[in-house]
Design a protein. Structure first.
Length: 130
């Protein structure tokens, strides 16, 4: 049996995910942070603090400070306390299955390795549509 408290906690976590879903990558603003795989987890602690785990797309990513601030502001706008944790991880979990998320992640891999990401995207024939 699901308790009322569990339902309320689930609602809070779902509301946070919904707020985070609109955040875009500062360097490629047509792709959301969730599509990029940057936002990894949302957890509600017993003291009602929301913990959001983010992972940079590559070591030394210059956009992480902006992403951290964007995530923090989005959660605070819901009236919640927030802790944003940066977690370094292997990016082997990235998708290359033809989905929009997989396309975004493949494009990011090109961006991280080359300043000519337009050529890479054209070469892979990825088209992003809202």
């Amino acid at each position: 049996m699901t308790s009322t408290l569990q339902i309320q906690q689930s609602d809070v976590v779902n509301n946070v995910w919904n707020a985070l879903d609109v955040l875009t990558d500062p360097e490629i603003p047509v792709i959301t942070l969730r599509e990029m795989g940057i936002i990894r987890d949302v957890e509600l602690l017993p003291d009602n603090t929301v913990v959001v785990v983010i992972t940079p797309t590559y070591s030394g990513c210059p956009a992480m400070e902006q992403i951290h601030d964007d995530v923090r502001c989005a959660v605070k706008a819901l009236g919640l306390q927030v802790e944003v944790k940066t977690q370094l991880a292997s990016m082997d979990h990235r998708l290359d299955d033809g989905s929009r998320q997989g396309q975004a992640q493949s494009l990011w891999n090109c961006t991280a390795q080359s300043s000519m990401w337009h050529a890479c995207a054209a070469r892979k024939r990825y088209a992003f549509h809202a």
